[in-house]
Design a protein around this ligand. Sequence first.
Ligand SMILES: [Zn+2]
Length: 293
Amino acid sequence: MKTITAILIIIFSSSAFSQIKFKWLGITAMTISDGKTTLFFDPAITRFGPLDFLPFKKVQSNHAEVDYWLNRCGVKSVQATIVNHAHTDHVIDAPYVTKKFQTKLFGSTSVLNIGRGHGLSNEELQEIKDGGIFKIGDFTITSYNTPHPPHAGGIMLMDGHIEKPLPPHSRAWDYKVGDTFSFYISHPKGNILYQAVADIDLNSPLHKLKSEIALISIANRTSTEKILTETVKPTKASMVIPLHIDNFLYPMKKTGEVDLWWGLKLDEFTQKIMNHGIKVHIPKYCEEVTLLN
Ligand SMILES: [Zn+2]
């Protein structure tokens, strides 16, 4: 009887481990986990208001706030922190999360300089390059340079690269974009595309990738049609999760509800994708979603 119980435990636990699960923590912060290995993309749980972006204002990670939401969202272990670009709304808590979980920070030279300024050692940092491949547990991640589009009005805020270590108490304006990457995440269970920006160059190899799941930043998109024809259809994804949907300039509510970004037109996005028979899952803060069975 004991042997049978042990076998059943192994069977059930191994099948539970093999599902790929996702949790969203606002903007493009998310965990992707197979139960053994958890990847944490773009940890930016700390939120700043519009006045914090004034050129003379300094900002820093709010560790108590980060701990609160990690705890509430059940993020207990992390094997890699991966950052798509060096603006505060994608990177601000990355050094803290990396230290807390004693893991490694993956990012551009600008992201690594943020890590260095926050006391991470070279052993805790790994540079991402266009076309570079790195393995973490059973995940194989390929990075693709997908330049950051300008902000509203065609103006690129916080442009350039971070050339030297950036200390924790710095101006939001010092968090210069650096290189921006999207990621193709392969696992024995299937493939996931994380497109970090809404619009990508037509020549990008990203257009040729096949993935069951497409996680796409949709803020500041040229059009839903462009995302549909250039990413969603070529990937043949069966499910799309829109990211960068929330207004991160508002403080996070304890209810976990988020306000949508101004002019996001989420209903229009959802409807147009669903019209093509593709499922759209609008993420809820902390909610666990099974991506691959
Ligand atoms: Zn940005």
